[in-house]
Design a protein around this ligand. Sequence first.
Ligand SMILES: Cc1ncc(C[n+]2csc(CCOP(=O)(O)OP(=O)(O)O)c2C)c(N)n1
Ligand SMILES: [Mg+2]
Length: 818
Amino acid sequence: MPKSMFVKPEEVRKSQFIKIKDIPVNQYKSDFPQELEKFGEKKLIQIYYHMLIIREFETMLNSIKIQGSYSGISYNHRGPAHLSIGQEAAAVGQSVYLNVNDFIFGSHRSHGEIIAKCFSAIDQLKEDELLKIMKSYSGGACLKVVEKESKGSIIDLAEDFILYGLLAEIFGRDNGFNKGLGGSMHAFFTPFGSMPNNAIVGGSADISVGSALFKRINQKPGMVICNIGDASMGCGPVWEALTLASMDQYHTLWDKKMGGAPPIMFNFFDNFYGMGGQTSGETMGYNILARVGAGVNPKNLHAERIDGYNPLAVADAIERKKKILLAGEGPVLLDTITYRISGHSPSDASSYRTKEEIAAWQKVDCIKEYEDYLKKNNILVSDKVKDFKGRVKQKITKALKLASSLEISPRVESDFIEKVMFSNQQKDKMEDGIPEVLIPKKENSRVVSINFKSRFGLDKKGKPLPKVKVFSYRDAIFEAMLYRFYEDPTMVAYGEENRDWGGAFGVYRGLTEALPYHRLFNTSISEGAIIGSGVGYALSGGRAVVELMYCDFIGRAGDELFNQVPKWQSMSAGKLSMPLLVKVSVGNKYGAQHSQDWSALVAHIPGLKVMFPATPYDAKGMLNLALRGTDPVIFFESQKLYDIGEHFVSKGVPEDYYEVPEGEPVIRRKGEDITIITIGATLYPAIEAANELEKKYNVSTEVIDLRFINPLNYKTLVESVKKTGKVLIVSDACERASFSHTVASNISQFVFDYLDAPIAVIGSRNWITPAAEMETLFFPQKEWIIDAIHERLYPLAGYQVKTNQSMTEQIRRNKFGV
Ligand SMILES: Cc1ncc(C[n+]2csc(CCOP(=O)(O)OP(=O)(O)O)c2C)c(N)n1
Ligand SMILES: [Mg+2]
């Protein structure tokens, strides 16, 4: 809690009632003369036309999925198609008042939203702007295909471009918006403000908040809409996103000039169903979804239920809410009721609803009702309707013809995916500009105190210097953070206790005095949204450092870490980059839920870079490397190391900027007989073991600190093993399925012929972490390393084991799962 805000007992203990304001439900009143004046005839007709396009696009896909053909063209689409037949008015009405700078994120059911947003942009942009976008997108490949077939205007061409690009994406083709790597549920087209759509229910919520934070913090124009379904209101990350988006601090603590809260609208396309679960009445308790707004902030999130079967009611709401958002008074919640006539997916037999219910909604079909409305008011005539329908059918048929042909629309080369797993760029700053800071670096109190510290951690006799005198691992991280904050104007850091507290474990102490609130802030205890919003911030163009405090809290941000952070660069075929650093700290002393090294979990996920420095030199050099890159990095720290000084680089930790070469393990101690590979803090017991082996048994041990988990160059390891033939790998992670086993398995395969014995893996016991006083039973100790070497690799003359590290014991432990 900032000291500037006083929690007054007499205030908070006062007796009172919370008054909740009314939440409007379907308050829009149709008034044609007014609507005509407001939208103009052309726009009113465009709305109709855009709805028809979406309906036909989805009808075509339905026909392809169910019958294998449409309009005489046969095609077998093996992938998904979550259709939005019935929901067109909600999508088209939404985009009427959005421009290219306004972003929409969506769900698995977003073909309609993509088309609506892009067609609206086409109507707004000038012809030369449209051409420029189409010519530059994927080197003009998509344009070349549609150009051949299009004889109409630039607008006509741009419409074909969108329909073809989207369909090619759905069919997994090189000319798709994301070269077919996104597919139906993840298609998007950023030049028109159509941002990533997410196959994880509610997945877009926190990402959208991050994108809105990017706009607010970097003073970018426009707003952000998060389109999600009514059932996603049951998802934890959605609640976390609502919380993060409505933190008081945007008004109480952030500089007024920033403009208030992030401009985010949570728009729930409320079709009353999840897949088969009925939200209101069965799986949720909100009765009317908009009610939820009342629970989040005193403004009820400006919540409203609106009639998403009337495109003009939707457009009206967006126009009103946009003003609120741009004025920094958001967030906004919209409960946009709609109905999907189509099944959840083409295989859905609609066993959970009656034919009568579907028929009742078909009777008030949003396109038919709107068509009748325009006809009644003499804006549309039957002949024109026929023309439109003919044109629409022709356009969709053309898109299908082009996208279904493997000759016209091939797939990407087989090695393409590998090329886009990482962006691998180096950028000092994500955008030009002067970073906003509060004081010159040299005036920072921590910088001043660091000046009095020794940048090497050992005295002349090789003994560690007292902690207060030494430049520590913690200081190293601080220096790298401070450096990049003063270089990259887009860089922000946030998480729990990031500001006044000094960051988890005091690592950020000194940053608060250096940075304004909008660059360094505390968040709600919302691990999912902390990481997810980091994804949105990074893919919108900024650099973010987000923090999980303890590694154990990875579980709370599972989807974000496993599905969102790693995948958007490659699912966008490299069109998005992800300069996002996730800091996680491996604990000890705090027992079973605060002491786990889960490096293996993230090592398993393609698309993440994973680093684990064990020394101050590496902590600074690796963080420097990560903070100049454009890829997502999971940066492990160990609480056993925060106070430690530099023991290995005798010149100490440089004051100047430097980077550690990516993926390269480092030899900490040279040796000839045995190789010990360490991950994280086990470097230190390994060095102790190596010293003892040398001194007492004349065994020469090479100790290699892995420091990188992914990417990882095996060259140094392989060379060492070729020399010694004996390997032990040790880390603080529980032994079973640890990353050490991956390294062991790889080395065994790479240099099997050189090995004298099977590789020994030592990890923490496959237990809960016990109390601090009992931790030596759990974490690998020097003795375990020597015992394992004696038992499995290199019998030591006259040695008596202290623990049982034998193979028989390993077999026993496995048998009992411990
Ligand atoms: C986290 C997660 N859980 C479950 C699913 C499977 N699933 C896909 S769509 C869906 C229903 C979503 O309902 P809603 O959010 O209302 O969107 P709608 O499908 O109605 O558009 C479910 C359960 C998923 N994709 N992600
Ligand atoms: Mg739904």
